[in-house]
Design a protein around this ligand. Structure first.
Ligand code: LIP
Length: 299
């Protein structure tokens, strides 16, 4: 019910604040020790594991019958079910976090029937808290003193709905696009990323390159939020996982944006599809136009 989703949303915000404090507690470490998972760009720190354990225990204590899918405890082959499931990326952008680049976030979501219905993304280094509940809008709350020991209720904050329509997007060459590199360095996903990157920057359209420029910010969750707030026009990536995108997906859709698949023709990507194209423009035709233009250069 609506009340239940509101309660889940409030719980996930409180958990995100606790996780954010843990992330901030690492601020004094110039370089945070990280272990590699599949290769040197696929990392985990003690903070990822510590935050995920806290998220799992708090969500399971409050909702013992709900499922839980977390990046650090995921077992290959586990499938998302129709029943309510918490999806957790304790630190999205671990590489940034480990090197002190303040573009990383805790990303928490709830899915129902394999669709995101609550999304919370919190970057404690900027005090940016993005929140959404399905059909109830998306918001950016600025937390002014995230590292203070005062209670959350006493912290100054303001809330902005992420609904003003972004300016029209006449064509791809006006777009600022995020294209991430992921953590694989070979195989089909890698060649596709490099060729899309290359084509977007080198192919000519009216008056210059095919798009305004490309950013690789290092956090899929925040890329979704930046598209939702209109700072980025689009985000394209293949090879990410459900926990990287689940919360951001809910936030983007509630802000009026859409998610397609990164591969040509995929208008209805599933949460587990691992390839995503997020876009938000003033009109649906513009969103469709940008998706089709990028698919068009993929050959
Ligand atoms: C990372 C992402 C990044 C993406 C990587 C990776 P992590 O998440 O958000 O943008 O390119 O594939 O998944 O591993 O730091 O949580």
């Amino acid at each position: 019910t609506e009340t239940d989703l509101q309660n889940v949303h409030d719980l996930l915000i409180s958990i995100a604040m606790e996780g954010g404090k843990t992330m901030l507690s690492a601020e004094h470490e110039f370089l945070i020790a990280a272990s590699t998972k599949n290769n040197t760009s696929d990392l985990v720190t003690k903070y990822d594991s510590q935050i995920e354990a806290m998220v799992e225990s708090r969500t399971q204590a409050a909702y013992p019958h709900f499922g839980f899918l977390g990046e650090e405890t995921f077992k290959h082959g586990t499938k998302l079910l129709d029943t309510p499931t918490f999806v957790c990326d304790p630190i999205d952008g671990t590489l940034n976090f480990s090197k002190g680049v303040p573009n990383c976030a805790i990303s928490l979501a709830l899915t129902l029937n394999k669709k995101p219905v609550v999304g919370i993304v919190y970057n404690p280094f900027r005090g940016d808290l993005y929140t959404a509940i399905k059909n109830r809008g998306a918001f950016l709350t600025k937390i002014s003193s995230p590292s203070s020991s005062t209670e959350m209720q006493k912290e100054k904050k303001f809330k902005l709905p992420l609904h003003p329509i972004p300016p029209p997007m006449p064509s791809l060459n006006t777009c600022l696009i995020a294209l991430e590199w992921g953590n694989q360095r070979s195989g089909p996903n890698w060649s596709l990323r490099t060729s899309v990157h290359n084509t977007l920057l080198t192919a000519q359209s009216e008056g210059g390159a095919m798009c305004k420029s490309i950013r690789s910010n290092g956090s899929a969750a925040l890329d979704f939020c930046y598209v939702a707030q209109g700072s980025l026009d689009a985000y394209w990536e293949g090879g990410v996982w459900i926990w990287d995108v689940c919360a951001g997906w809910c936030i983007l859709e509630e802000a009026g944006g859409m998610v397609a698949g990164a591969n040509p023709g995929d208008w209805e990507p599933g949460l587990e599809g691992r390839t995503y194209f997020a876009v938000r423009a003033a009109k649906i035709e513009e969103q469709v136009g940008v998706v089709e233009a990028v698919w068009g250069i993929m050959g």
